[in-house]
Design a protein around this ligand. Structure first.
Ligand code: COA
Length: 258
């Protein structure tokens, strides 16, 4: 399937989704949000895809935010709907996908761009990347999960500072604050993400899906994460991967997960 604003490539089970609006610094307009959502849902049901890497086209931006031109004249009701729909069709979907999603942050990740990176399970940034939630400089707040996910990742104090000052931080600061897992040179970014993906691909997909549900439960309101872990742990015992993984260990060989 082809998209107007995305490029996709399946590299041995790693689906690379590139957001491709370089002249608008890959800003998320409505169509792009819908296309990423479709691409992720298709990846979820495509057995040939094991891991997804999300990145931006060009050297300058991952995503420079939601497309400001689309909501500049919105009413209160439309603003609320914009946020609710975005949560549902893209940001929660990404976080809750049963397959790992790695953000390759190759430049500016601002507003909705940083929110998208934060919805991914793992983030790797290139050393030119700048990250921030500049919404209060536009008279609005982050509305795609940024107030929640940033606090969870870096703590409330740093989250308040980033949101209140609207400042961008460097990749080095993001690494130190725990906002990204690794920083690489621009040239090495995709190779690092693919290296992580290749390692994940050797593991049990069904156990990884259980791990995603369990870790996400730690930050889901009204849900007891420990109980979710108990349920997911138990479910693993009924999977072919568990039989294969434990047999392989006892037979002193490498597992061959299907
Ligand atoms: N929404 C819509 N268009 C955007 C955009 C966004 N979030 N971010 C960048 N663009 C567009 C610019 O309007 C410009 O389009 P044009 O050439 O048709 O005028 C193009 O992308 C290039 O951006 P430009 O501002 O010229 O690049 P720059 O290198 O001077 O500055 C940024 C880069 C990222 C600092 C600047 O684009 C910026 O501040 N963007 C908005 C960031 C933001 O507030 N995001 C949160 C939105 S809620």
């Amino acid at each position: 399937m082809s998209y107007n604003n995305l490029l996709t490539e399946n590299k041995n089970g790693t689906l690379i989704i590139t957001i491709n609006r370089p002249d608008k610094l890959n800003a998320l307009n409505k169509e792009t949000i819908a296309e990423i959502s479709t691409a992720l849902k298709r990846a979820e049901s495509d057995k040939s895809v094991k891991v997804i890497i999300l990145t931006g086209s060009g050297q300058k931006a991952f995503v420079a935010g939601a497309d400001i031109s689309e909501f500049a004249n919105f009413s209160v009701e439309q603003g609320k709907e914009l946020s609710a729909n975005g949560h549902k069709i893209l940001f929660d979907l990404t976080e809750q996908l049963s397959k790992p999603v790695i953000a390759a942050v190759n430049g500016f990740a601002l507003g909705g761009g940083l929110e998208l990176a934060m919805s991914c399970h793992i983030r790797v940034a290139s050393d030119n990347a700048k990250m921030g939630l500049p919404e209060v400089s536009l008279g609005v707040i982050p509305g795609y999960g940024g107030t929640q996910r940033l606090s969870n990742l870096v703590g409330k104090g740093k989250a308040f500072e980033m949101i209140m000052t609207a400042d961008m931080i460097t990749a080095a600061d993001a690494l130190q604050w725990g906002l990204v897992n690794y920083v690489t040179s621009q040239d090495a970014l995709m190779a690092k993400c693919e290296e992580i993906a290749d390692k994940i691909k050797l593991r049990s997909s069904s156990a990884i899906a259980s791990a995603i549900r369990s870790v996400n439960a730690s930050t889901t309101d009204g849900v007891n994460g420990y109980q979710v872990e108990i349920e997911e742990f138990g479910k693993c015992f009924g999977t072919p991967d568990f039989k294969e993984g434990t047999s392989a260990f006892l037979e002193k060989r490498k597992p061959n997960f299907q």
